[in-house]
Design a protein around this ligand. Structure first.
Ligand code: G6P
Length: 369
C-alpha cells in the first residue's frame, strides 16, 4: 500500500501531485505546438460530423459533469458550437429532444457509470453520434461509444476525483481548439498561442502545488466550519461547484458552489462571521465583478479565502486569505484554480481525521442507478 502511494499519505494527495505529469500524458503525441497541430484520431476520423454538428450534448455525473460544464464554456467560446450539459440521470428519463445532427459527448473517468451508459444508449437510439471521454481503457462506455479520446491520467484510486477532472478538461480543450481551427472560428495565431499556453500548464500546476504549505495553514483556520460557500464566474463557476463537491465528499462539511452573481438571490442571506466563502477571483474573466462580490461578502463579515492571480494586491487587501495561482489564458484558468481547492479540502479532511481515500457512503464508480 505504501509503495503504491509512492510515499504520500493518501492516494488522493498522490493523484493531486500527479496532475502535471497526467496532463502531459494527456496531450503527449496529440498536440504538436510548434507545428500548430492537434491530432486526435477519434475526432479526425469524424471531423465532418463535428464541424456540421447542430449542437453538442454533454452527459456525465459527479465531477465529470463539472468537467462538462467547463467544456461548455470552451466549446462555445472557441468553436462556436451550442452546448448543453446534462446530468446523465436526468437526461435519460426526460424524453429529451435529440436530432441526428447532435453529438453526445459522454464523460466518465471509470467508463462504468450506469446513468451515463443509459444516456449513451438513448442518444444512439435517436441517431446521434456518441463520443466518449474516458480514463479507463477498454471500459464499458469506451466500448459503447462511436468514437472517443482517452484522458490517459493513469489509475485514479481516491474516490474524490482529482487528476481525472483536470485531464478531462485538457482533452475537451484540445477538442474545442481542434474544432475551432477546422471551423475557422479561431485565428491561426490564436490557435498557436493556445497550444503554447497549454504546453506551459503542467509547469504552472507545479507552481500552484508549491503553495501547499500555505494552503495547509489556511485549512487550519476553517477545519471547524459547519458550512462553506464557493463562488466563481464564467469558466470558474464550474470550478466553484467542484471545489464545494471536494469539500463535502471528504470532510463532510456542508458546502455549496454558486455562480458569484447569483449570491444575491439567496446565499447572501447565509453570510455572517461564521461563514467561510471561497472566491475564485483570477484576473481574467469578470475580475471587477468578482471583486465587487467580495466587497459584498466583506461588508457582511464573511471570511474570505480568495484564489487570485500571482501578484494581485487588490483582493489581498479585502480577503482574509489569498492563494495565488500563475496567470494563464482565461479558458485554461480552471486547470490552475482547481489545484488549491483540491488541496484545501484534502487538508481539512485529514485534520478532521476523515477517511480521505474512501469517504463514507461514496463509491469510486456507481454502476447501479
Ligand atoms: C462517483 C465518484 C465521482 C465521479 C462520479 C462519476 O460519484 O465518486 O468521483 O465523479 O461517480 O464517475 P465517472 O467514472 O463516470 O466519471
Amino acid at each position: 500500500d505504501q509503495i503504491e502511494k509512492s510515499g504520500y499519505d493518501h492516494f488522493m494527495l498522490k493523484e493531486i501531485y500527479e496532475q502535471p505529469t497526467a496532463i502531459k500524458d494527456t496531450f503527449r503525441g496529440r498536440m504538436l505546438a510548434d507545428d500548430g497541430i492537434i491530432k486526435m484520431a477519434g475526432i479526425d476520423d469524424h471531423l465532418e460530423k463535428f464541424v456540421n454538428a447542430n449542437r453538442i450534448i454533454i452527459a456525465a455525473c459527479g465531477t465529470s459533469w463539472h468537467a462538462g460544464l467547463v467544456a461548455e464554456y470552451i466549446f462555445e467560446d472557441i468553436a462556436r458550437i451550442p452546448v448543453e450539459v446534462e446530468y446523465a440521470s436526468e437526461f435519460r428519463y426526460r424524453n429529451p429532444v435529440i436530432h441526428r445532427n447532435d453529438i453526445l459527448i459522454a464523460i466518465s473517468q471509470s467508463g462504468e457509470t450506469a446513468d451515463t451508459m443509459a444516456a449513451i444508449k438513448l442518444a444512439k437510439e435517436n441517431g446521434a453520434f456518441v463520443f466518449g471521454v474516458c480514463n479507463v481503457v477498454g471500459s464499458s462506455i469506451s466500448r459503447e461509444t462511436n468514437a472517443g479520446a482517452y484522458t490517459h491520467a493513469g489509475p485514479e484510486i481516491g474516490v474524490a476525483s482529482t487528476k481525472a477532472f483536470t485531464t478531462q478538461i485538457t482533452v475537451l480543450s484540445l477538442i474545442a481548439l481542434k474544432l475551432g481551427k477546422a471551423k475557422g472560428t479561431i485565428s491561426n495565431s490564436d490557435f498557436h498561442s493556445y497550444l503554447h499556453e497549454m504546453e506551459s500548464i503542467p509547469s504552472k500546476i507545479e507552481i500552484a502545488l508549491d503553495k501547499n504549505d500555505h494552503i495547509l495553514k489556511v485549512a487550519d483556520n476553517y477545519k471547524l466550519a459547519k458550512n462553506c460557500l464557493y463562488l466563481g464566474r464564467g469558466y470558474n463557476f464550474p470550478v466553484a461547484l467542484e471545489g464545494a463537491l471536494k469539500l463535502k465528499e471528504i470532510s463532510y462539511i456542508h458546502a455549496e458552489g454558486y455562480p458569484a452573481a447569483e449570491m444575491k438571490h439567496g446565499p447572501i442571506a447565509l453570510i455572517d462571521e461564521e461563514m467561510p466563502v471561497v472566491v475564485i477571483a483570477t484576473r481574467k474573466g469578470h475580475y471587477e465583478k468578482v471583486v465587487s462580490n467580495i466587497q459584498e461578502i466583506k461588508s457582511r463579515k464573511g471570511k474570505i479565502i480568495a484564489i487570485v492571480t500571482e501578484g494581485d494586491n487588490t483582493v489581498e487587501e479585502m480577503a482574509d486569505h489569498v492563494i495565488e495561482v500563475p496567470e494563464t489564458f482565461e479558458a485554461f484558468t480552471p486547470l490552475l484554480t482547481t489545484i488549491p481547492l483540491q488541496l484545501l479540502s484534502y487538508h481539512i479532511a485529514v485534520m478532521l481525521g476523515k477517511n480521505v481515500d474512501q469517504p463514507r457512503n461514496l463509491a469510486k464508480s456507481v454502476t447501479v442507478e
